[in-house]
Design a protein around this ligand. Sequence first.
Ligand SMILES: Nc1nc2c(ncn2[C@@H]2O[C@H](COP(=O)(O)OP(=O)(O)OP(=O)(O)O)[C@@H](O)[C@H]2O)c(=O)[nH]1
Ligand SMILES: [Mg+2]
Length: 343
Amino acid sequence: MLSKIFLLKRKKSNDLTNLDIYSYPEDIDKKDNKDIVLKIIQGHDQESLENNCCDNLKSEHVVKSTQTTSHPFVIGNPVSQLIGDQNLYTICINGELLIGLVFEKEDNPYDYREIFVDMSNELLNIEKCCSFKDDIAIENFLITLFIDIKRFGDETLEKAHDVSFHPSGLFTKVFLFGIDEVGKSSFTRRIKTGKFNDNFFTPSKRFNIEYIQRKNGLFSIWTVPGQAFFRDRWLRGLQDSNILVFMIDVANQLRFEESKTEFWKLFNQNEFKGVSLLILGNKIDLINHNNSNNDEQLKRTEKEIIDFFEFDSLQHNNWEFVFTSVKTSYNIEKVVNTIFTLV
Ligand SMILES: Nc1nc2c(ncn2[C@@H]2O[C@H](COP(=O)(O)OP(=O)(O)OP(=O)(O)O)[C@@H](O)[C@H]2O)c(=O)[nH]1
Ligand SMILES: [Mg+2]
């Protein structure tokens, strides 16, 4: 959650010790200010630290060029920094001013990137609400920006944690989740394009949404980024899913415990009553089975996995377990058909 906003304005150019500091709703801690300010500026411009603090940003990507004035405010790219225990997100305006957002530790400032840039641009270049010449105008500008960004956080980001399932009925939404490297992106790519890359190592950094068309219908598949850092965000993609698909890498038993923890963490946070669940035991090609009693062996492995993950305690969901290999395409089309059947 956004806790504070501040603005730094130099009284004289090139003098970093002589700053006007504005903040809302509370004063920012003045104790280590100089140090923090230096670090913030360093984050914006590595080369000319004391010399025209964020000048380089003037040449950076300029956001929005719809301004009609001849002297629009140039809004730099926001920079995220953790300084001490301060989670800061700062933006440089015209290479002269810094506006900073202070977040709580667990917040991800990048969730606020668009709103921060867009609102700054709207207030400064479209509504022209502040020229930074007098204190009252600056304070009003800060308060407006703070309220708008905070409202976005409260209404859009925080609220998304209340997951409900009211699918639109227009098409099926499949939510594919699981820890990193189990093969989620490879699976989506396989069913979308038919292709597979061995040793394809591109950990996902955001939700990926693909539309899959088959003769029995269309569905969208939302694939989560699996690395630990992103797992808190999984809930945000869940809204209105028709079916949950959980993927495990059956060849990596060392990570079963972690995988199980993440599964139940998500399930215990929500009422998923009545939502169908498909569990994929992927990378089955990596498990060497004695061919003569392959089916029997597979059944035993399946039972071991179900017992380990305690899937039998899923009382309120219609669920199914399927072994897959995205690499060899084993059961891949079966999974697609099962998705349609379970929905
Ligand atoms: N042998 C084998 N390798 C697979 C299979 N599916 C995926 N892989 C490989 O596993 C690795 C990880 O696959 P990804 O699809 O990137 O995994 P992910 O679950 O999307 O990972 P994150 O994006 O970090 O959450 C890649 O090197 C894939 O080539 C499979 O069925 N068999
Ligand atoms: Mg991925």
